[in-house]
Design a binder for this molecule. Sequence first.
Ligand SMILES: NC(=O)c1ccc[n+]([C@@H]2O[C@H](COP(=O)([O-])OP(=O)(O)OC[C@H]3O[C@@H](n4cnc5c(N)ncnc54)[C@H](OP(=O)(O)O)[C@@H]3O)[C@@H](O)[C@H]2O)c1
Length: 327
Amino acid sequence: MEYRALGRTGMRVSVLGLGCGGFGGIGSASELFGKGEDKQTAFALMNHAWDAGINYFDTADSYGGGASERMIGAWLRERKVRDRLILSTKVLYALGEGPQDRSLSRRHIMAAVDGSLRRLQTDHIDLYVTMEPDPATPIEETLQTMNDLMQAGKVRHIGASNITASQLRDSLAASDRLGVHRYQSVQNGYSLLDRAIEEELLPLAAKERIAVTPFSPAAGGLLTGKYRFGERPPRGSRVDLRPEPYRHLMNPGTFQAIDALRSSATERGVDMSTLALAWVISHPAVTSALIGPRTVEQFRPWLEAVEMHLTTDEREAVASRMEAAVA
Ligand SMILES: NC(=O)c1ccc[n+]([C@@H]2O[C@H](COP(=O)([O-])OP(=O)(O)OC[C@H]3O[C@@H](n4cnc5c(N)ncnc54)[C@H](OP(=O)(O)O)[C@@H]3O)[C@@H](O)[C@H]2O)c1
């Protein structure tokens, strides 16, 4: 396994992070609570990840309605590796139904962090991440609250998810103005089918030495090649269970691009999943990609990607072949 510095935090994380968004549900979608991995499967996935050298797990209080954090907490109690694991969880979404429930207000965060610590069976979170900006709460209130949690020892460092470059710039300026801790990581989607962060966010993160921990490096499984245009998705697969986030990708152009990736991978003698992930983690600004295997067998192509270092030219060749394939 390869380890990289998580921004300026002094923590080192494996270049693959285990995304635990499928434990007990599919992310934060309440209609799918109970449809994700059960405890036994989640334990097998965490054991496999840990034994492969993955020391960074990512979850959120809302994943599976709290089930993901509970499973991680139970696993930590059994494996007793808390001091060696970099544990990241997120805050914003509602777990209940009240008007205060979805927010980055002081009131919401203070309650949410204690819920996370309880479910995770730990006294601190290594990286506490805001799931997305909350336009209803001043950024100063959120940052001050996060700073208080750091002072109280409940949180080691903070990160931001689903944030634009200009929002990140504003929040860094606010931290400096207030004299409080800054966001040390960003967690946005990044894959060969979603390159939006390349233009502004990645250069900003590199300049500020902020860690980048992208999610959905396989675009929710599309880049594994398991889906065919016009055909019903495999039963029980991500797109079958939660089609909405991928609807915009279900067009002939996407599948022509995926075919081009398949050809590049075949020529190199590797899985297309491996090439897709190697492309993400070979970007010099990327720290660690969050993968979402659902079975122990699904780890293989991801672990192989760690060994595959692509140069800037090789990355460009893979991406431009996909672009050129789109009629
Ligand atoms: N901050 C956020 O807003 C946010 C959003 C999304 C994700 N995340 C984080 O990032 C993590 C990973 O995201 P993701 O699950 O979207 O990542 P992903 O790796 O792009 O997609 C995971 C899906 O790909 C399929 N898959 C995985 N390995 C495979 C393999 N070897 N062969 C074939 N199919 C395979 C599985 O689909 P099947 O179900 O079809 O088996 C799985 O559900 C999440 O767990 C979460 O921690 C954060």
